[in-house]
Design a protein around this ligand. Structure first.
Ligand code: BGC
Ligand code: CA
Length: 291
């Protein structure tokens, strides 16, 4: 493995999630956040002392992002809410969607200009009833329809390209992104992952502009060369349901990977824990929203 220096290890003292998802690293204060969608918790882990904090902010918390006012943005079942990280209280509701009881929010990210991009999914994971939305000062608008399981979102460093995953398609769609307007400007191409095990789920991007994708059911994260659209690295984990990853740590060279237990919850392995892995490639820090 060219960029891998260590084996993925379970982060000690962190709670096990049913559906651990959406890790993000906040350099100030040096904290990793992630969610347990089915456990109804937003978890955080302070790297300096290993302390863990867990809050319950509502049903199906699927994504957590930093806002520039110091609060957190969290997507829950059908809402985007602003949460005070110190006590978990809801500051206010930023948006509500109306997609019916069978759908819920899933992954989200702040775009380079501070808008929130958030997708929804069919909870039965079968029908293309979900959408991708943008939320900014102008309100909430749909930028993509007919999505089944809206998942990973990442931008190239210049913000002109948005990578996007609708899991059952087993590919990453490469969109041209208009960052001044917050709009998709058409499809540039696809990164086909159907020959790999599992389905693509969460995503991050490193400082060389290479996307990293977790393969749910495939027990691995992969690194993609965006120019050749090919997989250049695979990191296998001892947990099958790898859901997402983010770079963190003081030098941004630690990859944190969230995992889920299988739905029967029969697993006896390390499924559901957060793993960390040291790499010699540097990551990027998530954008903050300005909402
Ligand atoms: C969703 C899960 C889904 C998985 C794989 C996750 O983002 O929250 O419900 O099973 O992606 O598609
Ligand atoms: Ca996901």
């Amino acid at each position: 493995m060219a960029s891998g220096l260590s084996k993925p290890m379970v982060l000690s003292n962190v709670p096990r999630s049913i559906l651990g998802e959406g890790p993000i690293w906040l350099p100030e204060p040096g904290v990793l956040y992630w969610v347990d969608i089915f456990g109804n918790r937003v978890h955080s882990y302070r790297l300096s002392d290993g302390s863990v904090n867990s809050i319950n902010v509502g049903p199906y918390p699927s994504c957590v992002m930093p806002n520039d006012d110091g609060n957190l943005i969290v997507t829950i079942k059908d809402k985007v809410i602003l949460v005070n990280p110190s006590d978990g209280s809801v500051v206010r509701t930023l948006a509500t969607i109306n997609e019916g009881p069978g759908n819920r929010f899933n992954d989200c990210k702040c775009d380079p200009m501070g808008r929130l991009v958030a997708g929804t999914m069919d909870m039965s994971e079968r029908n293309p009833t979900g959408s991708l939305y943008i939320l900014d000062s102008r309100g909430l608008r749909r930028i993509l329809a007919s999505v089944t399981i809206s998942n990973g979102i990442a931008w190239s460093s210049d913000g002109s390209v948005m990578y996007y995953i609708d899991s059952p398609t087993r590919r990453v769609t490469v969109f041209k992104y208009d960052k001044s307007e917050g709009a998709l400007e058409g499809t540039i191409g696809y990164i086909n992952l159907s020959s790999l095990p599992g389905v693509p789920d969460g995503m991050t991007i490193d400082s060389e502009d290479y996307p990293w994708v977790a393969l749910y059911g495939g027990g691995r994260v992969i690194r993609i060369n965006p120019n050749t659209r090919s997989v250049v690295e695979q990191v296998e984990l001892p947990a099958q349901y790898t859901t997402s990853c983010t770079f963190g740590g003081s030098d941004l060279r630690t990859l944190f990977i969230t995992t889920a237990t299988d739905r029967s919850r029969q697993t006896s392995g390390p499924d559901g824990y957060v793993f960390s892995l040291n790499l010699n490639v540097k990551g990027t820090v998530v954008n903050k929203c300005r909402l």
